[in-house]
Ligand binder design. Structure first.
Ligand code: NAD
Length: 502
């Protein structure tokens, strides 16, 4: 039995239609029908079955959500931050209490393993903890700038913030924006990925249970039409987007053309540079885990490895480690049949162009889950930088190995790629590590770490084609994006001298 039919709050956020449940939008604290009759199936990728249908909302649905968020903004933004934050202490506790259920939902709609789903919810809790520290971080900047004259900065919320999220982290990525934006006094509209819309239902329910007033947080389901309506809507002040580079660029251009603030995180092609002095076992297990975790559907996944000099011993060990990753056990499904075909297409094309497939995950079928969308771990050696598999984001459990003679040659390959989310170096030489830290063209760097996600309070965000807009989406950097600074100059003493500054 699917969780969509089992969990009472999800049943109440959906309506039955021909034996399958249809999702509703969440506006002003209530679940309401979308005006759209265009429904898209939501699949369980592990078994290839439809578990629900999601409406592809129309612009009028966005209007409803904006009206709700605008109406509640004056009251919520005027609530002291120390009161607003109390909701998020309770929200965090509720996420912990419902951890298993939240993780089961992620597993069901996304296909990642239960262990990975738990880790995802744990990360969502960590960003919520950061939001709970907001009152401490916001305490003011004030200085006596002339005798008896003071300047101070107060931070005001931007207004209504819309957040558009991808399929690969149905719980964590929405929570990158929700706690920070709301604690800072904004109201919000979430447009979750239409491929994984279920987790957002429980996010809304738990926020309500935690005491968030109705209308502060709203959900509009849908795809391109809803996103375009968000970019165009004059009642929305700021947009955060996480997804592919192609759409990140479109959303950034359209939102900023409409004079909104926008911060749009895009795709990735993360290079791991492996030197001959790297620790053999640690490197092999880290690279294999980075390449295959969440079935390679992470913007921080190792996608390309640049082998410097002779590291054949590490590549052999890496292949051994990769063969221990078993689809359906410690490797989840990819999101769709289309994604499986796309990933396998990249492998076949690289092979035809002369690359050598060392571990082959194509044509993978899991017993008992024959209709699921699985790709096994894949390691391909002797890939050339000009091949498509080396240049483009594959977003599957596939590692393309390129060969380089020197660290600088490896850095040239890394630098030439248009993306810039993450890069890592595996070495025991501090000097070589420092060289890569300084010269890799990426926003997040790892040394002997396959997935260098900065933990809170360090902010998350890449460079180049992996991010459009200033600042990062989490951590202290998010405060700049989600607030407006007001600068006030006060003369406390009427007798103080008048000069050109005061
Ligand atoms: P996607 O770009 O297809 O979709 C993201 C969002 O955009 C969804 O909500 C979707 O409904 C909407 N959308 C899709 N096409 C659109 C269009 N033409 N116009 C307007 N809106 C549209 O991304 P995805 O496949 O859901 O997610 C995977 C991508 O996200 C990968 O490229 C991955 O690297 C990236 N990602 C990046 C980060 C990061 O922090 N940089 C984090 C997670 C995922």
């Amino acid at each position: 039995m699917s969780l969509v039919a089992e969990v009472p709050s999800i049943v109440s956020a959906t309506k039955p239609s021909n034996g399958i449940r249809v999702l509703m939008n969440y506006v002003n604290g209530r679940w309401i029908d979308s005006r759209s009759t265009n429904l898209q199936p939501v699949m369980n990728p592990s078994v290839g079955q439809t578990i629900a249908k999601v409406p592809l909302s129309v612009p009028q649905d966005v209007d409803d959500a904006v009206a709700s968020a605008r109406k509640t903004f004056p009251v919520w933004s005027n609530t002291p931050v120390k009161e607003r934050v109390q909701v998020f202490f309770r929200y965090k506790a509720l996420m912990e209490k419902h951890m298993q259920e939240l993780a089961a939902l992620v597993h069901e709609e996304n296909g990642k393993t239960i262990g990975e789903s738990i880790a995802e919810v744990e990360k969502a809790i960590e960003v919520t903890e950061f939001a709970c520290s907001m009152p401490q971080l916001l305490s003011g900047e004030v200085l006596e700038v002339s005798k008896g004259v003071e300047c101070r900065i107060d931070r005001y919320p931007v207004g209504v913030v819309a957040s558009i999220t991808p399929f690969n982290f149905p719980n964590m990525v929405p929570n990158w924006t929700i706690p920070n934006a709301l604690v800072l006094g904004n109201t919000m509209i979430l447009k979750p990925s239409e491929l994984v819309p279920l987790s957002s239902i429980r996010i809304a329910e738990l926020l309500k249970e935690a005491g968030l007033p109705d209308g502060v947080f709203n959900i509009v389901h849908g795809g391109q039409e809803a996103v375009e309506a968000i970019c165009d809507h004059p009642g929305i002040d700021a947009v955060t987007f996480v997804g592919s580079t192609k759409v990140a660029k479109l959303v950034y251009q359209r939102s900023t053309a409409n004079l909104k603030r926008a911060l749009c995180l895009g795709g990735a092609k993360n290079h791991l540079i492996v030197l001959p002095d790297a620790h053999e076992d640690m490197t092999a297990s880290n690279v294999a885990a980075s390449m295959s975790g969440c079935a390679g559907q992470r913007c921080m996944a190792a996608s390309a490895m640049v082998a410097v000099g002779n590291v054949d011993h590490i590549i052999k060990k890496l292949c051994d480690e990769s063969r221990k990753i078993i689809p359906g056990k410690n490797l989840g499904a990819v999101i769709s049949k289309k994604a499986k075909e796309r990933i396998e297409g990249y492998i076949t094309e690289a092979e035809k162009q002369g690359a050598k497939v060392l571990v082959d995950g194509r044509n993978c079928v899991v017993e008992g889950k024959e209709e699921g969308f699985y790709v096994g771990p894949t390691v391909i050696d002797f890939v050339k930088p000009e091949m498509r598999i080396a240049r483009e984001e594959v977003f599957g459990p596939v590692l393309a190995i390129m060969r380089a003679d020197t660290v600088d040659d490896a850095l040239k390959i890394e630098n030439a790629n248009p993306y810039g989310n993450a890069a890592s170096v595996f070495t025991q030489s501090g000097g070589a590590a420092r060289h890569v830290i300084e010269h890799a063209s990426a926003g997040m760097i790892g040394v002997n770490i396959g997935v260098p996600v900065p933990r809170e309070p360090f902010s998350f965000g890449g460079w180049n084609d992996s991010k459009f807009g200033a600042g990062d989406i989490t951590g202290k950097s998010s405060i700049e994006f989600l607030t407006k600074p007001k600068k006030t100059t006060i003369k406390w003493n009427p007798e103080s001298k008048v000069n050109w500054m005061s």
